[in-house]
Design a protein around this ligand. Structure first.
Ligand SMILES: [Zn+2]
Ligand SMILES: [Zn+2]
Length: 132
């Protein structure tokens, strides 16, 4: 399956092949500020499964190298130059809703009080424990 996405102004476009290796939402302060919303929704794909076009700017946040469109400011990706996987901000997928559900929920101590925990998602009060 191929999924398409891009920024608000259309300058940056991307496509994703196949399914994500993991998905989540995060309520941490960095994700709130980065997204301008109450939480972020993201998924990881192998770098080889991602094609992107357009001019992309970046900024180093606590989470890593955040990538955004320099024209409209949409935040699209987070990855290091030498990483073999790419985090996609799933709110930038075209259309919606997507068929993707979060596998885990991070920083639940910062979850807005009007949001309920997702039954099907692993719950983590802060970051997810590192796994190999
Ligand atoms: Zn744009
Ligand atoms: Zn976060």
């Amino acid at each position: 399956m191929t999924r398409l996405g891009g920024c608000n102004c259309g300058q940056v476009r991307y496509s994703l092949e196949g399914e994500p290796t993991r998905t989540g939402i995060c309520h941490c302060e960095a994700c709130r500020k980065e997204s301008g919303s109450a939480f972020s929704f993201f998924g990881f794909w192998p770098r080889s499964a991602v094609t992107m076009s357009g001019e992309i700017s970046s900024w180093r946040s606590r989470a890593g190298e955040d990538r955004f469109c320099p024209r409209c400011g949409s935040s699209l990706f987070c990855f290091e130059d030498d990483s073999d996987e790419i985090e996609i901000k799933l709110g930038t997928l075209d259309g919606g809703p997507s068929t993707i559900a979060p596998g885990y929920e991070l920083w639940t101590i910062r979850r807005e009080h009007w949001l309920a925990p997702l039954d099907a998602a692993e719950q983590h009060e802060r970051d997810r424990p590192k796994r190999s």
